[in-house]
Design a protein around this ligand. Structure first.
Ligand code: ZN
Length: 361
């Protein structure tokens, strides 16, 4: 079976997952059907005092000890969502929790901490940052006292370099009030591809880093549960952000992630396979957009267009995705810069042969 056939088959297999996600969306839960074993405060047994806000946080246990809190809607960062556009997840073992990507602000991180304590009885002792984007990592501010904040070397470096500007930019978009008290807390411990991160009974495997969404995308694999953390590499209903990434690198990364056959993926979206061996729909949706982007840019080059011919670079099929107006044009420019060299190498230059160099005696 060749690669194209595999992807066509995967697309068909994903249809039932998409239907499942539509069905569950009405219940305000961002995770598909068939995997939840407990939702929100209903799964709690009163291990800790809960205020109403903590009890209302819709944590969902998607596998044994694996909890996910999805944003209420697929959207770009805005004042209305205070920057909460990426899922927050936690591995819980007894009374100890490890949080992966704690969210956009101190306030959000504090809510993560108190609602986990309320609903699972666990306190947060460590944090993982999957990549250096503000909406994922600025929630570190609530965990400055953690035993460890883990990240790849690339992510720690990018956070040190860019977080001051990221914090300023996020505050501009969501408002200073939503970001009050937020300060930059950098990772304290490095993760290295190939190592296992042990958290009680959970064994998270650190996969080789990818360079698709950023220059250092952390991939974490929990084989016992079949769940994968894919940083910002899997979107659904929202235009992927290519600003610091590579379209070819991203597509190659998706091939590797699909080959793992994950039951579920936590990334820019939370997405589950509807049956054993199927592929979570977000992986397919992201690949679909990136292939369409690459093909459109390539076709524009073939037509003799320039990157300024933006009308030739639109993707109307994705115009309904969140962030299309804000981000697709920039993605096309980024993809053009990346693909131009390969396009030039592929097409022979027309015209007279270059003059021969003068011969030496
Ligand atoms: Zn990101």
């Amino acid at each position: 079976m060749n690669s194209q056939t595999i992807w066509r088959w995967l697309g068909q297999a994903a249809l039932c997952c998409l239907l499942g996600q539509v069905a569950s969306a009405g219940a305000g839960v961002g995770v598909g059907v068939g995997v939840g074993v407990g939702v929100g405060a209903g799964a709690a047994v009163g291990q800790a005092a809960c205020d109403a806000a903590d009890a209302a946080v819709p944590w969902q246990q998607v596998a044994d000890g694996v909890w996910v809190w999805s944003p209420p809607a697929v959207a770009d960062v805005a004042a209305a969502n205070a920057g909460f556009v990426m899922p927050v997840s936690a591995l819980v073992d007894g009374t100890r929790a490890l949080v992966i990507d704690p969210g956009p602000s101190l306030l959000h991180g504090v809510r993560v901490r108190s609602s986990l304590r309320c609903q699972t009885g666990a306190n947060v002792f460590a944090v993982v940052n999957t990549h250096a984007h503000a909406e994922n990592v600025l929630g570190n501010a609530a965990f400055a006292d953690a035993e460890a904040i883990y990240a790849l070397r690339e992510t720690a470096g990018a956070m040190a370099a860019r977080c001051p500007q990221c914090l300023e930019s996020l505050a501009t978009r969501v408002g200073a009030d939503a970001m009050r008290g937020t300060r930059i807390v950098l990772p304290t411990h490095r993760l290295v591809p190939g190592q296992d991160l042990l958290w009680g009974r959970h064994r998270l495997h650190v996969l080789p880093a990818e360079q698709g969404h950023t220059d250092g995308d952390l991939m974490l694999w929990l084989p016992a549960a079949g769940w994968l953390w894919a940083g910002g590499l899997a979107y659904e209903g929202r235009v992927p952000e290519l600003a610091q990434g590579s379209v070819e690198g991203w597509l190659a990364a998706l091939d590797r992630l699909v080959a793992l056959r994950p039951k579920g993926v936590v990334s820019a979206a939370v997405s589950v396979a509807c049956a054993a061996g199927d592929t979570p729909a977000a992986l397919l949706a992201t690949r679909g957009y990136l292939v369409a982007l690459r093909d459109r840019v390539w076709a524009a080059m073939d037509a003799g267009a320039s990157p300024h011919d933006t009308a030739l670079l639109t993707l109307p099929a994705y115009a309904h995705w969140a962030g299309y107006a804000e981000r697709h044009g920039f993605n096309a420019q980024r993809a053009w810069r990346e693909l131009e060299r390969a396009w030039m190498d592929r097409v022979p230059v027309a015209g007279p042969n270059p003059p021969e160099a003068p011969k030496r005696d």
